[in-house]
Each structure stands twice: as structure tokens, then as C-alpha cells.
Write a protein that binds this ligand. Structure first.
Ligand code: PA5
Length: 432
């Protein structure tokens, strides 16, 4: 089997990076393994692909099967870490237009507060057999709670006492309003493990159940993640690509490159970019620190942000994610009259030109003073996406630790939540 993921970069010699970071990386690695690093109570994701209880995986597959049989539309409610991972993987691994036979449509709610979105969603649900999965670790987040209240009323009005058979809640094992509501209403439930925070939770039921419902092979996803746990278990920058990436970005930050742009060349990776932005943004952006995570989808954004990347302020570095084995492709036809002048490309395919675009953009940006990193991932399938997810989670934790930060808290997110409760005059809320 080919190597699932490789990191290419020419910014700094690997030996120099080792000289700079080896000792620190080894110390952090040991502390994470011993559970003594800061925030270690939230390191549960680190070995979860190997530890997920078999009965839980089977339960997820069984519940997914039932929902798939009974619904042609499943609405998944959640925000942040309770939304982005599932949506990212669903988009990355599903067809662009027509869904596969037998797969329900999966839509998301609770990630916005648009009245029009909710009104139109409810109206759209009326033409389908529906089910709802509501996900909130805390069980108290305002946006998904509002969406769920609206959809719960809809489900009860439509399905009466059998509505509860069409609703699944994924939340804390005992705390929070959603847990109490689920228990009282008799919904099927899954637990978000105590020791795994939202943005590290996509390989738990939070991501696995919606993905299984959408027809994604979650066993392959976990198999890829398990392979990554195995491959990325040593402390050496030279052989651990996640630590190499973490050390490199920390080095770039020290050199003044404080914005990282994740660049992809497939439109179905746009939500993957969003998942990555949350992972790194919430893990590092605290106390006046961190690399600002931005993302682009090329070639679309070559025609918008391309100018700034090439020629704007020099504080950017770019990480290209490239899936090397394109499963599907499209030939460029030759025409007799060649009126558009494109016959010179007619021995090529669309993906081949996309690859040329990528190399052209990388070279131009590098020449423009943007350090360029390239992650080559062997295939855009469930196994390799699972591998890539774990790669980023591990490198994110190491990156934050290298910057002296706790990768697992998000005190800034709480600030706006407090303001919302104050402004909405939530009963029992104490203004700080
Ligand atoms: O990563 C995080 O912790 C946050 O983005 C949360 O996932 C987000 O706020 C949603 O929280 P909850 O799952 O408790 O509703």
C-alpha cells in the first residue's frame, strides 16, 4: 500500500528543524502520553480510534440503518465541533450532484440563526419522510437548541407519539438540558466522551452517526484513523509527519508568518477547510497568540484572493492539501474548428490541468515570498480522510503546545455566549 500521507516543504532543512525542535517535541510527546500536559483531561481523542467500544460502533451502525430505512431526509442539528466534521467528511466523500441510491438526503441546521433558513427547511421537510439527529456536547448551546425546539415541535405535530423513534440525541452522558429532554422523551442517545472536546470529536458518535446515515463507510474512516495513530506514534520529527508539520508552522510563526492558508483544489473540500479552521483557530487563538487559520479553494480563489497571496503583506504561508489519486476524471474534447483555441489541451483531462494549476500556483506563490507546504494524500476515500483528520488533530495539539498554549480550551467562545445570555435576558444568567 502507498504511504497514506507525506509532507513536502523546502522552506527549512529537516535537519535544522530537528535541531530547533527535537527536544521540545519529545518532551511534549512524553507529557501527552503520560497525561501530564496542560489540558490532558481532553486527550481522549488521541487513542479513541482504537478504543471506541465495539458495541457503540455497532449501535451507531444499527441506528443509522434504521434512520436510513425510515427517512429520506435526515436533518443533523449542531454547531462548531458538533457540526463541521460530519459536514466536511460528508462533502468530501459524497457525489457532487445525485446521491447514491438508498442514501437519504442529509441536511444541517442549528449552525445558523436565519429565520428564512428554518422556515424553508420546515416547509421542505413536509414533502419527505424525515428524521432528526441533534448534537450538542454541552446540551445548552443556543443556536442548535433553538433549531431543535422548532424541529421537535414539527416532528411531534407530524408524527405524534412515534416522533421520538425518529429523533436521536448525541450529548453529554448526564449533564445538560438536551440529556434531560432526551431521557424524558425517550430518544435514542449517544454519548460525547467526557475527555474529547467538540473540535476533536468527529471520529466519535458526533461525526460517525451522521456519516453512517449519509452512507459513508465509517469503519474505513476509523481504519484510516487507526493507521494514523500507529504511524504517528513516535516522537521524531524526522519520521512523524504530524510533528514535522507542527514544528514547521511554529518555526514559520517565529519568522513572522502568522497566517496559514489551507489550499485545496477540489470544491468538495471547502467544508474540510472549515473544519480545519475551527480545529486550529480554537486551539491556538488565545491570549494574543496563534497562527490565524484561513482557507482557499483553488482555482476559484486564484481569481479573488490570488492577488493578495501573490503580492500583499508578507505574513502568509500556504499549506496545499492534494489528494493524488483522482478517482474520476473528464477528458477535454478536441473540436474540428478549434474556435476557442483549446485544442492544445485536448490530449489532457480536467484533473491533469488542475494539477498543472496547482504546481503553477505553488511556484508563483513561493516566488512571491510565501512559504509553501504540500500534504500529499494518496486517495480521497474514507480511509485516507480518516488518516488526514487524525494527522491534523495530532499536529494541532503539538502545535499549540509548542506555542505554550492549552490546545483544548476555548475561553473566547464563552465570552460571546455570555453576552448573548445577557442580551436575551436568560433567566438565571448572572452578568459578569
Ligand atoms: O469546539 C468546541 O468546543 C465548540 O466549537 C463547540 O463544538 C460548539 O460551541 C458547540 O458546542 P456544543 O456541542 O456544546 O453545542
Amino acid at each position: 500500500m502507498s504511504i497514506p500521507l507525506t509532507l513536502n516543504q523546502s522552506h527549512i532543512a529537516a535537519s535544522k528543524l530537528e535541531e530547533l525542535f527535537d527536544t521540545q517535541v519529545k518532551t511534549i510527546h512524553q507529557e501527552m502520553n503520560k497525561g501530564t500536559s496542560e489540558g490532558a483531561d481532553y486527550l481522549g481523542w488521541k487513542n479513541y480510534p482504537n478504543e471506541i467500544p465495539l458495541n457503540e460502533l455497532q449501535d451507531a451502525l444499527n441506528v443509522a440503518k434504521k434512520l436510513r430505512e425510515n427517512a429520506d431526509l435526515v436533518v443533523v442539528i449542531g454547531i462548531g465541533g458538533s457540526y463541521l466534521g460530519a459536514k466536511a467528511i460528508q462533502d468530501a466523500l459524497s457525489p457532487y450532484f445525485e446521491k447514491k441510491p438508498g442514501d437519504p438526503e442529509v441536511l444541517f441546521a442549528g449552525q445558523n440563526l436565519s429565520g428564512a433558513y428554518m422556515k424553508q427547511l420546515v416547509s421542505y421537510m413536509g414533502s419527505k419522510e424525515v428524521a432528526v439527529i441533534v448534537i450538542s456536547k454541552s446540551g445548552t448551546t443556543t443556536e442548535p437548541a433553538i433549531a431543535f425546539r422548532i424541529l421537535l415541535e414539527y416532528m411531534e405535530n407530524r408524527y405524534g407519539s412515534s416522533a421520538s423513534e425518529r429523533i436521536v440525541a448525541i450529548t453529554d452522558k448526564s449533564e445538560g438540558a438536551l440529556r434531560e429532554l432526551a431521557v424524558r422523551s425517550g430518544f435514542a442517545t449517544f454519548v460525547v466522551p467526557d475527555d474529547i472536546g467538540g473540535r476533536y470529536s468527529v471520529l466519535t458518535p458526533v461525526g460517525l452517526l451522521p456519516l453512517a446515515v449519509a452512507g459513508i463507510d465509517i469503519e474505513q474512516l476509523l481504519a484510516g484513523a487507526k493507521a494514523a495513530v500507529h504511524d504517528l506514534s513516535n516522537a521524531d520529527i524526522a519520521s512523524n509527519s504530524a510533528y514535522h508539520y507542527a514544528a514547521l508552522r511554529t518555526h514559520l510563526l517565529a519568522e513572522g508568518y502568522n497566517v496559514e492558508i489551507l489550499a485545496s483544489f477540489s470544491p468538495n473540500l471547502e467544508m474540510f477547510n472549515e473544519w480545519w479552521k475551527q480545529l486550529f483557530g480554537e486551539s491556538e487563538g488565545k491570549g494574543g497568540n496563534g497562527i490565524f487559520p484561513a482557507a482557499v479553494a483553488f482555482p476559484t480563489d486564484l481569481h479573488s484572493l490570488g492577488q493578495y497571496i501573490q503580492d500583499g503583506q508578507r505574513m502568509l504561508f500556504e499549506t496545499f492539501v492534494h489528494f493524488t489519486d483522482d478517482a474520476e476524471d473528464c477528458a477535454i474534447p478536441s473540436t474540428k474548428e478549434n474556435l476557442d483555441g483549446l485544442n492544445y489541451l485536448s490530449d489532457k483531462t480536467v484533473n491533469e490541468i488542475n494539477d498543472v494549476m496547482m504546481h503553477g500556483a505553488m511556484e508563483a506563490h513561493q516566488d512571491g515570498g510565501v512559504p509553501v507546504l504540500r500534504l500529499e494524500v494518496a486517495k480521497q476515500d474514507a480511509y485516507h480522510v480518516g488518516y488526514l483528520i487524525y494527522f491534523f488533530q495530532l499536529s494541532c495539539a503539538m502545535s499549540a503546545y509548542l506555542q505554550g498554549l492549552n490546545p483544548f480550551d476555548q475561553p473566547g467562545v464563552e465570552e460571546y455566549k455570555n453576552n448573548i445570555f445577557r442580551l436575551l435576558e436568560k433567566p438565571g444568567h448572572v452578568t459578569r
